[in-house]
Design a protein around this ligand. Structure first.
Ligand code: GMT
Length: 376
């Protein structure tokens, strides 16, 4: 199939999922066209089946806001015609589903019928999309999609609750590529640069937005390091980072916390981590938790949104109520203080992650694509 993938090219989960999906589809022989405003961070172009088309929005002083949707829908029309693309898969409703619908309409005028699959990722529904300023347009573009998927049952339920949706929503969970090679000597060498042998390494990765409850992470870590030697790896960047650095300094633990900023070394950092913290206010899925589990890292998380569908309580880690930092620290210590328990949780985390192997999930998308093209 010839498929156009529209996504955000940044470090965010929706862009990562879209990119990994496109790359795996390309490996399977499909022709994939990424259409977005910058090359996605995880996109390696060394594959003849992978194309990247940049959306340019010319600056014009008259426009207070540059019209990205307009440029995107025009680019979609042009690329569909040029490459004979058969299907659009848009990740994140805002504004991609909206722009995709406009492209479909323009193409229809020229006698070209193309189906559109929209994947809902979370913040497009739970945090941003149901704002009154966006809601009618988001509702409209979801209902006008030919196929709608969501990354968890929880997000599907939220979408039906917040919007007036007359379409079936297919739950297709996010996935992970498990065939990564572990280089044990490299791992132990990098680990020794970051921490002493006896220190447990605890990690958090996100875009440091408020929804991630960054201060909770610092508070949980503070309680952990009171009981056992430990280091905290904070990976990513965003609006809450400066405050988090200040909090570490106020608590006198700045020397035990490393702020990496945005990093392309996620796999390396996870490979030597002992525990992952994700106490978010909400997560439609929690891809970062799954990425950690794929590296055998147990997860301490909140129990909101789709997190219970990924992190299994008492198995791959523990879940607590949002904001209950005492319970999260207690659970972390339960895992970290005993070598055998840690070993068991690590094995469990990997075992659970295997359920989300891309090899199991990708055919679910392929089947929907085939059906959508047939029915278009
Ligand atoms: O979590 C973020 O801040 C980024 C956001 C995004 O749109 O990229 O992530 C959302 O989509 C991810 C991929 O499906 C999910 O794993 C995240 O849970 C979801 N974030 C939220 O729901 C807050």
């Amino acid at each position: 199939m010839k498929i156009a993938i529209v996504c955000y090219p940044t470090f965010g989960g929706s862009g990562v999922v879209a990119t990994e999906l496109g790359l795996e589809l390309a490996h399977r022989g499909h022709e994939i066209h990424f259409i977005t405003y910058r090359q996605p961070v995880r996109l390696a172009l060394l594959n003849p089946n992978v194309h990247y088309h940049e959306v340019n929005v010319p600056e014009y002083p008259l426009f207070h806001y540059q019209p990205y949707e307009l440029a995107l829908s025009s680019k979609l029309v042009d690329m569909v015609k040029l490459y004979k693309i058969e299907l659009l898969h848009v990740h994140y409703a805002i504004p991609h589903a909206y722009a995709g619908y406009m492209a479909k309409q323009m193409l229809k005028d020229e006698g070209i019928v193309i189906p559109m699959v929209t994947t809902l990722h979370g913040t497009d529904i739970t945090l941003v999309g149901n704002h009154p300023f966006y809601k009618p347009a988001v509702n409209f573009s979801i209902n006008k999609s030919d196929v709608v998927t969501s990354v968890s049952q929880s997000l599907k339920d939220d979408t039906y609750n917040f919007f007036n949706i007359n379409k079936e929503i297919h739950v297709i969970p996010n996935f992970i590529e498990l065939d990564k090679t572990r280089n044990e000597s490299l791992i132990s060498c990098q680990r020794s640069v970051m921490a002493q042998k006896e220190e447990r390494i605890i990690t958090h990765i996100s875009n440091f937005r408020r929804v991630k409850r960054i201060p909770d992470i610092i508070k949980i870590f503070y309680k952990i390091q009171e009981k056992i030697p430990a280091k905290l790896m904070m990976v990513g960047d965003g609006p809450e980072k400066a405050k988090a650095e200040q909090l570490c300094s106020d608590l006198g633990i700045a020397d035990k916390v490393i702020f990496f900023g945005n990093s392309n070394e996620i796999d390396q950092i996870l490979s030597y981590s002992d525990l992952f913290l994700l106490p978010s206010e909400t997560e439609s899925f929690g891809l970062a938790a799954l990425e950690a589990m794929a590296w055998s890292v147990p997860v301490i998380s909140s129990n909101s949104g789709g997190l219970p569908e990924v992190n299994f309580d008492g198995i791959s880690g523990y879940l607590s109520n949002v904001g209950d930092v005492d319970s999260m620290a207690e659970n972390a210590l339960k895992i970290l203080t005993d070598e055998e328990t840690l070993k068991q949780f690590k094995a469990n985390a990997l075992h659970v992650a295997k359920q989300f192997d891309i090899k199991n999930i990708l055919p679910l998308y392929e089947n929907l694509y085939v059906k959508a093209i047939k029915e278009a």
